[in-house]
Structure formats: C-alpha cells, structure tokens
Design a protein around this ligand. Sequence first.
Ligand code: SAM
Length: 233
Amino acid sequence: MPTASFIERRGQLETYFDHTAFDAWSRLTSNAPVGSIRATVRAGRDEMRSTLLHWLPDDLRGLRLLDAGCGTGMLAVEAARRGAHVVAIDVAPTLIALARERMPKDLGAGNVELHVGDMLSPGLGRFDYAVAMDSLIHYRPQDVVRALSRLAGRTARSVLFTFAPRSPALAAMHAVGRIFPRSDRAPGIVPVTEQGLRKLLSGEPELRHWQQRRTQRVARGFYTSQAMELASA
Ligand SMILES: C[S@@+](CC[C@H](N)C(=O)[O-])C[C@H]1O[C@@H](n2cnc3c(N)ncnc32)[C@H](O)[C@@H]1O
C-alpha cells in the first residue's frame, strides 16, 4: 500500500493535472507557440526526455517499458518507435485522453497501451525498464524512495527517474510552479539534495540489490530537474 501522504498528494496532482493545468500542459507538450518562460521549460523538458531515452538501449524490440506518470505520452511514443511495448499510465484522465488523441497510428514494431490510474498499481505487470520523468517531483522524498522501490520490485533492468535538485539558488524557483499564474500553480515541488536522496535510497531495504548509477542535471531557464538511473545489480 502507498503511504497516506503519497495518496493525498496523488489526489492533489490528479485534480491539478486533470483540470487546472490541462490547457497549459496540452500547449506545453505540443508545437504551439508559448511565451519565453515556458519556451525554456519546453526546451528543458525536451533535453530531459532525450537524456532519459539515451539511457535506454537503442533497440527496445521485445522489451516492456513502464512510462510512470506519462502525461500526454511524449516519452512513451519515442520508446515505442524504438520497438518497445510501452505501458503508459497517468492519474489524470484528461491527459490520457489527449495522449490517446495524439497517438501516431504507426509505431512500427512498438506499441503503447494507455491507462488511467496509479503508476504503482500492481496489475500493470512486470517490466524491463521503468521511467518516471518529472512525475515524482511533487512527493516527499521518503515517498519517492518507497515508490521507486515498488517500481524496482517489478522491473528487471533499470528504473530511470527525475528529482528536483535542492540548492539555495533554485529554492526560489521551486517555491511552487512559478511558470504558471497563481491560480494555476501545482501542488509544490519538493526539492531534495542529491546526497540526501542517495542516502534515502541506500537505506531502503528493498533497493539493496539496486545500484545508483548515472545522474544528469538539466537546467534551462525555468526548468531544472535531475535524472538518475537505478540499475538492477
Ligand atoms: C510534470 S508531469 C510529467 C508528465 C510526463 N512524464 C512528461 O514528462 O511529459 C507529471 C505527471 O505525473 C502524473 N502523476 C503524478 N503522480 C502519479 C501517480 N501516482 N500515478 C500516475 N501518474 C501520476 C501527473 O498526473 C502528471 O501528468
């Protein structure tokens, strides 16, 4: 069972991404023009997505990948184009509906199965890879580590995720999605230092056979996020 604080935050995120931020996310994840601030966020997100995809094998044919908190499905589509069978899940039904609408007809050898629900749902099955791009950044670090251990428990090779790195310079920006007007603001991002996160990961019993490998920070204007790879030992 996820912790009570995870469930509470998930409910807030569902409301936020399903209603409040739907139009902003729809635009941000399209080619439509955006203002200069959001353009930096779009560029940062593009760089992060390509970093995570670069950490996966070029050839994903025959492999199962979980896109945990897939939003409008951008990463899922790219992974499927490399041949993966992608299970893409998001707690926001409207984003999944948009992902479905935008899904290209031809994904070659790959495909994407879209679901509305919690990324930790046991019914999703087992995977070779799991990727959580910016979908755990609003949870308490303790809940993030618990969630990662649950994802790792059903993943054979690696779990890729991002966190919001904490540093004094970034504190102001992280104070709450300031790229959006006040009424549109997301439940606060919860920054964590890399060192603090590594310590929590090392202390998680169910991750004892998992290695903390690559990490890469992406900082572009109003977007800052850090990718990390957990690999099965
Ligand atoms: C910042 S968006 C990123 C979306 C996508 N990964 C991307 O990079 O475009 C975070 C997404 O995570 C989803 N999310 C948060 N917690 C979730 C959970 N427990 N299960 C499924 N989706 C979740 C939100 O609904 C939202 O769509």
